[in-house]
Structure formats: C-alpha cells, structure tokens
Ligand binder design. Sequence first.
Ligand code: SME
Length: 160
Amino acid sequence: MVIPAQEKEAIFEKILARIEQVLQLPVSVEERLHHVCELLAEQVPYYHWVGFYLVDSQSPRELVLGPFVGEPTEHTRIPFGRGICGQAAERGETFVVQDVSQETNYLSCSVHVRSEIVVPIFKEGKIVGGLDIDSHDLEPFSKEDQIYLEKICDRISQIL
Ligand code: SME
C-alpha cells in the first residue's frame, strides 16, 4: 500500500493529537498503552500488529511483552540482541525491516508478517522498552513512519 507522504503526515498528526488525550486519561499505564496500540492499528492501514515490549525490571537485558493489539504471540520474553526487537534494544536505535524474509535474526510471529519496525523507548537516557509494529505489506515504511513513531515514543516515555 503506497500512501503519499502528505497523507501519511496528516494521519500521524491526527494520531499524535489523539495520543495526547489518551495519555491524560485517568486509567493505568497499561490501559493507556493499549489505547495507543489501538489508535495506531486503527488509523494506519498497513499496521497489522502493534505492541509494546518493556524492559524487565528484574532482568534488565530482557524485554517482556506488554499491551498489544493483533494476533497473540509466543514471543512474550525477548533477550536483548535477539530478533528485531532485541536488536533495536541492543543498538538503542530504530530498526526498520522492509522485508523480514531478508533478515536472519528475526523471530516470526505469523506467516502473514512481511515487514516490521521497532522504535526504542528511552527514559532519562536509558532504554525502557520498544514499540513494535508488524505489517502484512512489503516495504510499507517511509521516513514519516520512523519520524512520527519516534515522536510518539518520546511522548510515551513521559508516562513510564
Ligand atoms: N518479530 C519480532 C518478535 C515479536 S513479534 O513481531 C510480535 C522480532 O523479531 O523481534
């Protein structure tokens, strides 16, 4: 699915505004994160699985699955360095995989997934988790996805 940059920007601006409202809701952090997942999955037509992995406070080099929307996954704990999520956490930078069949260090969740983007979340300079998005489309991500998802993660880190 090819969405022109301007149209994508409009979608993401709307999401950012809605996220501001969601983050103010008087509900648990978990519930607010789940709302953010719902918003992204509803508003971006090629986001088919959206979820958070959070660094385990007991085991700081492991990620634990947090709120998500989409098919259940067996990958509920991911060590740093493993898969796209673990590599993004290890490197501390956004990891975009436009075609998962080309990535050897990849943990498959569903045969339908063809691409993935993982954006790390930092708090006071330390990695605290990541936002993981899977798509059933090939090469769907452009610089707008990365720019806006990084903005969203910056904002989310303030409630963690
Ligand atoms: N594909 C991920 C694992 C998590 S699922 O996408 C939900 C990875 O390689 O880290």
